[in-house]
Design a protein around this ligand. Structure first.
Ligand SMILES: Nc1ncnc2c1ncn2[C@@H]1O[C@H](COP(=O)(O)OP(=O)(O)O)[C@@H](O)[C@H]1O
Ligand SMILES: [Mg+2]
Length: 370
């Protein structure tokens, strides 16, 4: 009887947010487009990308994957979560991650000459630069310095939203591009990160970025991954249950991690996945989905928003707007504003004209039983 290494489970499946997955599944086209962008001339649209998706859709995991790919293509990467101090954090990340390329630079602090270049040694700024220069100038110096080693600069911003700090980074990026620096930027955030009615420079910047709405990943790829992972960990599972497990994820990355994780946790040593284990794993996964995905999505919505969503949920997976109008009746709120807002906030999607679907699997079921 083979003992299942439950310690390994925590490595193979990690149902948490913001971690680097043990294996990155799917999204080939998104990654390819980004990689191609890095090879395009400075300033082209694909060198400034914005990835949008609900919680658990894999935004952070995508940025981590893109970071790895970019490093291989000769980029130094600064990855930050949007916050007020992010400009400084970006500088520090470049200094930290770029320093390995300047290890052998023997030139030490030699007074004026070195100071004139803005650096004391390596990627460390001279005192004057440190004190007197702002984000844009420091970035300009860093870009030049990295270019000496044939390196480009890639900024990754997670949980992007409009803010003063974002405005500073956005305008600096545009100016650096104007100066011909080898710089690129990729940002990720919730769908409504750019749906604000505010009309400011940040929004203009975000709206000009090459925009990708992250969708579900292929359940075929998930099935193949489950098969490999379970085999590797010593769990037996029939084709039927492999199918069921993969389909149960609906291609939602967080749910893929959850179901994989619980299947392994609930299967005894040397055991085989059966109906009882499968049911239990699905139930536990739904509990986590409820707390970590459904509730955070629904909490900020108004009662009327939820009224609209419940009316939608009653009609199954795809609802026509015409049917919805009838369902909501005369006493219901006017359809259009809610439809628009919920589309903008990424809770629902319109795959075709006049049709609506839920953006996250099982949200409809949850709404009906809530
Ligand atoms: N393409 C993927 N392949 C494998 N695991 C993924 C993938 N995308 C996301 N995950 C995993 O799903 C979970 C949620 O992803 P995360 O990137 O944190 O979502 P988000 O940032 O959109 O809220 C994490 O455990 C992450 O490792
Ligand atoms: Mg995230």
């Amino acid at each position: 009887m083979k003992k299942i290494d439950r310690q390994i489970n925590h490595v193979v499946f990690q149902p948490t947010f913001g971690n680097r997955p043990n294996q990155y599944i799917g999204r080939d086209r998104v990654i390819e487009q980004f990689i191609m962008g890095l090879q395009e001339p400075i300033g082209s649209r694909n060198r400034c990308s914005l990835f949008l998706g609900q919680r658990g859709m894999g935004k952070t995991a995508l940025l981590l994957e893109l970071s790895d790919r970019a490093v291989k293509l000769g980029y130094v990467v600064a990855r930050v979560t949007a916050h007020e101090g992010m400009a400084q954090a970006i500088i520090e990340q470049f200094q930290l991650n770029g320093s390995t390329f300047f290890k052998d630079d023997k030139r030490q602090l030699t007074g004026m000459a070195a100071g004139a270049l803005g650096f004391s040694f390596g990627l460390t700024f001279s005192d004057v630069t440190e004190r007197q220069y702002g984000f844009r100038s420091k970035m300009s110096l860093l870009c030049d310095k990295l270019a000496e080693k044939d390196k480009g600069a890639l900024i990754l911003i997670d949980e992007v939203r409009t803010s003063a700090a974002m405005r500073e980074v956005a305008s600096a990026y545009q100016e650096l591009v104007g100066d011909g620096k080898n710089i690129a930027i990729a940002m990720a955030g919730l769908p409504h990160a750019v749906s604000s009615v505010l009309n400011d420079t940040v929004l203009t910047f975000l709206n000009r970025a090459s925009r990708v709405e992250l969708g579900l990943i292929s359940t075929n790829l998930i099935r193949a991954y489950y098969e490999r992972a379970f085999k590797g960990i010593g769990i037996k599972i029939s084709d039927e249950y492999l199918d069921r497990a993969a389909l149960a994820t609906h291609g939602f990355p967080y749910l893929m991690q959850l179901i994989g994780y619980y299947l392994i946790q609930y299967t005894p040593d040397g055991g085989t996945v059966d109906a009882v284990i499968m049911d239990k794993a699905e139930r536990s996964s739904m509990g986590d989905m409820e707390n970590n995905v459904f509730k955070p999505i629904l909490n900020p919505l108004s009662d009327n928003d939820k009224f609209f969503l419940r009316a939608m949920a009653k009609h199954g997976d795809t609802v026509s707007t015409a049917k919805l109008k009838v369902a909501m009746g005369k006493r219901g709120p006017a359809l259009q504003p809610y439809r628009k807002r919920l589309l903008e906030s990424g809770v629902i999607e319109a795959p075709r004209r006049g049709e609506l679907i839920f953006a996250v699997p099982y949200l409809a079921e949850y709404l009906l039983q809530e």
